[in-house]
Design a protein around this ligand. Structure first.
Ligand SMILES: Nc1nc2c(ncn2[C@@H]2O[C@H](COP(=O)(O)OP(=O)(O)OP(=O)(O)O)[C@@H](O)[C@H]2O)c(=O)[nH]1
Length: 511
């Protein structure tokens, strides 16, 4: 407001933008045009889930080594006592259950620089690591830079509902095989890269970013890496406008506390104290100074050894995968979360209002010979494919499930309630899936007819059976856990591929 007044006054005085102080006008315009801060209580539509995010990470540069001579009464010429520079901090991603998307992340993540060395052989301080928390199920695609490396691995067996399997592939058997192969290959690639890195560090302390990149791309050009890029997702390239080749799925964060270094800090430069140490080493037996010492000294004298090396840089695309074998798809309030709680040990929030679930809840179904992950995906409404009710975010999770269980509310239109009859719910759901991505509904499916305990629901269930063909329908009361065992058996045979039933929108009779 104040700036608007100043602007008006200046105009009244005949000052124009073209006058002697255009910067004043641009400053005033900037401040007066800056929109007010948004309220924290933004409407639901604005709280968009961010499940893909591009990150530019830069490790901290190493501090410079110090050049210093210590002189005293006893040592007229003095001796070198400059300490080494400190190592730069790493950029680390840490897996956390407290987050559910990437909205809290910044695109540019920088770790701190290492401190410079100083006299009296004082080593510079180590740059602080930058630890960024990401949600469970984060998959890393590498656009540029080093292959990330795992730094810590905490097992978390008690995180049962959150356990997410490897990566999504076409069939279950290959899923397990591939994820195993992938992790093997990842280790090979990682070790190949680390070997290169060590050689680099040994031969030349001042490893610059460019050489890091060159080495990485050399490794990347091998067949191994091209095989790692087994999950090309053109939509990621479209979204981020990446023309260059990306390395897909270089790492995944699937357990609480798991950490991965995405950009390494640079090594600190050497202080001149090393010259002193080396020059003090004993002469060889033939009376000549050891040649290796000579060469070491000349190496130390290279001016670039004083300078700390630059931290590595990486450009990554993070993607959140709610990978599950089964996806519960349904309208809001159909009872998906209640059902997940009934068939697994998951404890999702349940509410009698729509959109209680805003992020997918995951649960595990344990059988004697198999374990299946089930995702309770937030409710879809009509127009979800146009992003109504956060539809896009929710539909994306469905993309990453292998079989679908449509959860229908049998009681939605009973007793004059204004809800939609289950067959119409089903038609709308299939329509939304297909509009979001053609063929999305064309995967093994079954129907869960929920709320069978409600009065009049039995008749609706009978009518549903006559209106929908081709897929098994399981009558269930999620609240009382009735029909749950049959459903679990049905889900198992669906995942195993024993009942490859698919739903066709034309086979749903609505009128
Ligand atoms: N009578 C009856 N009510 C049920 C049953 N299952 C769930 N409900 C109720 O339906 C309401 C919605 O249940 P939720 O599990 O939160 O439904 P949801 O599909 O996860 O809802 P969103 O989070 O909006 O997607 C709750 O009040 C449940 O108690 C059932 O089998 N019978």
């Amino acid at each position: 407001m104040r700036f608007l007044c100043v602007k008006r006054v200046l105009h009244l005085r005949g000052l124009r933008e073209s006058s002697s102080c255009p910067w004043l006008f641009s400053a005033i315009s900037y401040y007066s045009d800056t929109p007010k801060k948004k309220s924290k209580l933004a409407p639901l539509q604005e709280r968009r889930m961010i499940d893909r995010f591009k990150v530019y990470a830069k490790g901290g540069d190493g501090g410079n080594g110090c050049q210093s001579m210590r002189r005293s009464r006893h040592e007229r010429h003095g001796h070198p006592d400059g300490g080494d520079g400190g190592r730069g901090g790493d950029v680390i991603l840490e897996c956390s259950t407290a987050l559910w998307d990437f909205s809290s992340l910044n695109h540019h993540i920088n770790a701190s620089k290492g401190g410079h060395g100083s006299s009296k052989n004082k080593i510079g301080t180590k740059g602080a690591d930058k630890i960024v928390r990401v949600p469970i199920g984060t998959v890393i695609h590498l656009v540029e830079g080093e292959v990330p490396s795992v730094v810590e691995h905490h097992s978390s067996t008690d995180l049962d509902p959150w356990q997410i399997p490897g990566t999504l592939v076409d069939d279950l058997s290959s899923h397990h095989k591939n994820s195993f192969k992938f992790s093997n290959r990842e280790t090979e690639v990682e070790s190949a890269f680390k070997t290169t890195l060590v050689t680099c560090n040994e031969s030349k302390n001042n490893v610059r970013n460019s050489s890091f990149r060159r080495e990485t791309s050399e490794v990347a050009s091998t067949d191994e890496i091209s095989q790692v890029s087994a999950f090309p997702d053109s939509s990621i390239q479209d979204e981020f406008g990446e023309s260059e080749e990306m390395m897909y799925n270089v790492a995944e964060l699937t357990e609480e506390g798991q950490r991965i270094i995405i950009a390494r800090g640079g090594e600190g430069g050497l202080g001149n104290v090393h010259e002193h140490k080396l020059s003090k080493k004993p002469k060889s037996s033939v009376g000549h100074e050891d040649k290796s010492i000579d060469s070491n000294l000349s190496e130390i004298n290279e001016s670039n050894r004083r300078t700390g090396s630059l931290g590595s840089e990486a450009v990554l695309v993070l993607e959140l995968k709610s990978i599950a074998d089964v996806g519960f798809v349904g309208m809001p309030n159909a009872g998906k979360s209640t059902l997940l709680g009934a068939i697994s040990r998951a404890k999702p929030t349940i509410g009698h209002y729509a959109f209680t679930t805003l992020r997918p809840n995951l649960g595990n179904l344990h059988y004697d010979d198999l374990s299946i992950t089930v995702a309770d995906i937030p409710g879809l409404i009509k127009g979800a494919h146009e992003n109504r009710g956060l539809g896009h975010s929710f539909l994306r999770h469905i993309e990453r499930t292998r079989v679908l269980a449509y959860v229908l509310d049998l009681a939605a239109a009973l007793d004059g309630r204004k809800g939609i009859p289950p067959w119409e719910q089903l038609r709308d759901l299939v329509y939304e899936l297909e509009r979001h991505q053609s063929g999305l509904s064309d995967r093994p499916s079954l129907i869960v007819a929920n709320k069978i305990d409600e009065e009049g629901a039995e008749e609706v269930y009978e009518e549903l059976k006559s209106r929908v063909q081709g897929v098994p329908i399981f009558p269930v009361c999620a609240v009382l856990e009735e029909g749950v065992d049959e459903l679990k058996a049905g889900l198992k045979s669906l995942v195993n591929g024993d009942t490859p039933s698919r739903l066709k929108i034309d086979e749903i009779i609505v009128h």
